[in-house]
Design a protein around this ligand. Structure first.
Ligand SMILES: *[C@@H]1O[C@H](CO)[C@@H](O)[C@H](O)[C@H]1NC(C)=O
Ligand SMILES: *[C@@H]1O[C@H](CO)[C@@H](O)[C@H](O)[C@H]1NC(C)=O
Ligand SMILES: *[C@@H]1O[C@H](CO)[C@@H](O)[C@H](O)[C@H]1NC(C)=O
Ligand SMILES: *[C@@H]1O[C@H](CO)[C@@H](O)[C@H](O)[C@H]1NC(C)=O
Length: 427
């Protein structure tokens, strides 16, 4: 399956304000266009994207593409741009590199709009004010001051942030965040020497609000990780490759559901044990955490709840006697941090999967001679029950995988394993 055909010429006319906005944006991101003559329209677009709140934002890497209409989504093409932004968390859109083929993407706020608003108000009130320059208040915090002074991202600098992956950070993990950070010009160094103070504030802000875009950058699909491709961000809007939601499969044939269930178990295993020696585990899963791409491959569409334990260098837990809470600790909408890494069981991810997702794909209705065995259903219940020992749960997972393996289809719709699956059951 290739890319989507383009909506070329079929879309609504370019809204009147977009030309002005394009000029303005290009000047903002470094081209030599003249500034926008009509301020109101650019004010609208800037506010919509959250560019007026930068550098309390994610980045600007995708702004040019948005304004060149190489990314299209419903809201962007709205003929009524002056309407207040809808209270929506994400939009479906299309993305092109060559104006010929279009690929589906998700455009999503870093946090739901009403949470962004609450957090912004929280920032001002932390400075004792009703309205304020969010950026100025964040820059004045002791936490940002320590970021400004350091070329290395150190564990003490992220203490008290709510992101699950920062619960017990090793230096190696933090180095990877910096090295893979796509929103800076000179990506690839573990030192932040090439970061401007604006870059540091954006990285800190992103870590504080939602780790999702950073996980996509740290563990790219091109290296075999089960995360969608990160395309970039503009203001507080993040763009990544879309997938079909798992819920679409609930009513499909057992073969399709068995394939998804098998991949869920297999992917979860490889997240926990891989050659990079980072244990990626779930702290929460829901229906919308997962999706499947066009070639049938499982993809983790929400990486905001993934915890990480460094299996190579170990970790130091935060000193529980010291309170590291500050204004950055609650920007995600919740001030509670996930359970300490030391309390994470090796089977936590499986238990969550077997409780909240697998029962929607596999059910006693599938019990028949060519379908699921009663044993498989029983093992699913074992896997979902944390009363069992880790060892017993791992046996259940393996039994389930062995049962599901032969039920998986091997045909062209499963490009992620076809045609290899015709010749070997390893795929
Ligand atoms: C721009 O907005 C201001 C107030 O918000 C209004 O007074 C002015 O007429 C607007 N200009 C245009 C060209 O729409
Ligand atoms: C994206 O492309 C698909 C297929 O061409 C089309 O159905 C859909 O309406 C497009 N969406 C937007 C927001 O342009
Ligand atoms: C936006 O939606 C959320 C829940 O989805 C709700 O709690 C909030 O009040 C809404 N805000 C506005 C301004 O409608
Ligand atoms: C830490 O301090 C914040 C206020 O600075 C307070 O709200 C929070 O309850 C404290 N947490 C603990 C565990 O003491």
């Amino acid at each position: 399956m290739g890319a989507l055909r383009g909506p070329a010429g079929a879309g609504p006319a370019r809204p009147w304000w977009m030309a002005f906005l394009l000029g303005f944006l290009l000047s903002l991101v470094g081209s030599s266009s003249s500034p926008a003559p009509q301020q109101n329209s650019s004010v609208y677009g800037r506010r919509f994207l959250g560019l007026d709140k930068c550098n309390a934002c994610v980045g600007t890497s995708i702004c040019k593409k948005l304004f060149k209409e190489e990314i299209r989504f419903e809201r962007w093409l709205s003929p009524h741009p002056h309407l207040p932004p809808a209270n929506r968390t994400s939009y479906e859109g299309n993305y092109t590199d060559d104006s010929e083929s279009w690929r589906p993407v998700v455009l999503s706020w870093l946090a739901p709009p009403h949470l962004h608003e609450l957090a912004d108000r929280g920032i001002c009130s932390s400075a004792g004010r009703k309205s304020c320059s969010i950026e100025a208040v964040l820059r004045a915090t002791p936490r940002f001051q320590s970021w400004a002074r350091s070329n290395l991202l150190q564990p003490r600098m992220v203490q008290g942030l709510a992101a699950p992956m920062l619960r017990c950070p090793s230096q190696r993990l933090l180095d990877r965040i910096v090295r893979r950070y796509f929103e800076v010009v000179d990506v690839g160094s573990t030192q932040m020497k090439h970061f401007s103070s604006k870059d540091k504030l954006r990285l800190l802000y992103t870590l504080a609000v939602n780790q999702h875009p950073l996980i996509l950058q740290m563990f790219p699909g091109t290296e075999g990780w089960p995360f969608p491709r990160y395309h970039g961000s503009c203001g507080r809007l993040v763009v990544w490759a879309a997938a079909r939601p798992l819920t679409d499969l609930y009513e499909s044939s057992l073969a399709r559901r068995a394939d998804a269930a098998y991949q869920l178990l297999h992917t979860t295993q490889s997240l926990a044990s891989n050659s990079l020696r980072f244990n990626l585990y779930y702290t929460r899963v829901t229906d919308t955490t997962f999706g499947t791409t066009e070639d049938g491959r499982l993809s983790i569409m929400d990486a905001s709840q993934i915890g990480i334990i460094d299996l190579q260098n170990g970790f130091h837990s935060e000193d529980p006697q010291v309170n590291h809470t500050d204004v950055f600790s609650c920007l995600s909408g919740s001030c509670t941090s996930p359970a300490p890494c030391a309390s994470v069981r090796p089977t936590q991810s499986f238990t969550l999967l077997c409780r909240h997702v697998l029962p929607k794909l596999l059910s006693p209705k599938d019990l028949h001679p060519e379908g699921l065995s009663a044993r498989a259903i029983a093992e699913l219940a074992v896997c979902a029950d944390p009363q069992h020992s880790d060892q017993r749960i791992l046996v259940a997972v393996q039994t389930l995988k062995d049962t599901l393996q032969p039920l998986r289809p091997c045909n062209i719709n499963y490009g992620y394993r076809y045609p290899e699956c015709r010749y070997s059951d390893k795929f």
